[in-house]
Design a protein. Structure first.
Length: 269
């Protein structure tokens, strides 16, 4: 029997849940309806989590790719390996790149990676993180500046980042010469509070063209990679925009940068 729990006061909702051995919760967000089961146990370890996962997958004959949420403290421990994972969200405060690389090597089919802790370590040409299609760093700091020019994926979001004008200028120059980021579709950078950039220096001496709305649309669909954030079209017509062209294939990219703390690099098909 379905019970419209949200129609009851919170105290009543709590009493209903406590009286049940298990519960199935139906929710709706926008036009998406979803169902999930809540199970409460006093203590749970990795082996039990894996067993529950396999049981649910077997019961519902679930074959779709799944998302894995993991705390950084646990990835260095011996944890079960899950199958058919295409999205990983890493939680925690601070992480070592070497530990992340070892963990990610177990999941070669991952195409979306969300890293919340800060990342420490040196990238190499074989780093797994460089090949993942969509990467989001919540606390990228200086690591984002080393990741951007080496990134081979399609979408890169860097929040709380520390860059210099020269680093961004060099990245754009190399992209125009087809030396970096061959597959990039969008890069969004939100700067740390202490990182104040001069936009004029970012585009200094670059061969740019005026943005032409006849060639590109004036809005962009940001594809956020968190389960808690909705992707929405964002109008950027109010911002100063500059276009650059890649020499080898004449592909065009639009640069949005302002003194409010963000930098956007959009590549158009």
């Amino acid at each position: 029997m379905s019970i419209p729990l949200l129609h009851f006061p919170f105290v009543v909702q709590e009493s209903i849940f406590k009286a049940m051995n298990y519960c199935e919760v139906k929710g709706k967000w926008q036009d998406t309806t979803y169902t999930y089961c809540t199970i409460r146990v006093p203590q749970i370890d990795a082996a039990l989590t894996k067993a529950l996962y396999e049981q649910v997958k077997s019961l519902y004959q679930y074959t779709e790719p799944c998302a894995l949420e993991v705390y950084i403290e646990s990835i260095t421990e011996e944890v079960p390996q899950y199958e058919n994972v295409n999205t990983i969200e890493v939680l925690g405060e601070s992480s070592q790149l070497e530990d992340l690389e070892t963990f990610l090597s177990q999941y070669p089919k991952v195409d979306t990676l969300w890293i919340r802790p800060s990342v420490h370590g040196e990238l190499s040409s074989s780093s797994k993180i460089l090949e993942i299609e969509k990467v989001h760093l919540t606390n990228s700091r200086q690591f984002g500046a080393s990741l951007l020019p080496e990134f081979n994926g399609r979408t890169l979001d860097l929040f709380d980042s520390v860059f210099t004008e020269a680093e961004l200028n060099l990245f754009i120059r190399k992209w125009m010469k087809n030396e970096v980021c061959h597959n990039l579709e969008s890069a969004f950078i939100s700067f740390a509070r202490e990182c104040v950039l001069n936009t004029n220096l970012v585009i200094d001496q670059l061969k740019t063209e005026a943005f032409d709305p006849a060639k590109q649309q004036e809005w962009h669909q940001f594809m956020y990679m968190s389960k808690n954030v909705i992707s929405l079209p964002v109008d950027f017509s109010e911002y100063e925009r500059h276009d650059v062209v890649r020499e080898i294939d004449k592909k065009r990219a639009t640069i949005l940068a302002n003194d409010e703390g963000f930098f956007e690099f959009l590549v158009w098909n």
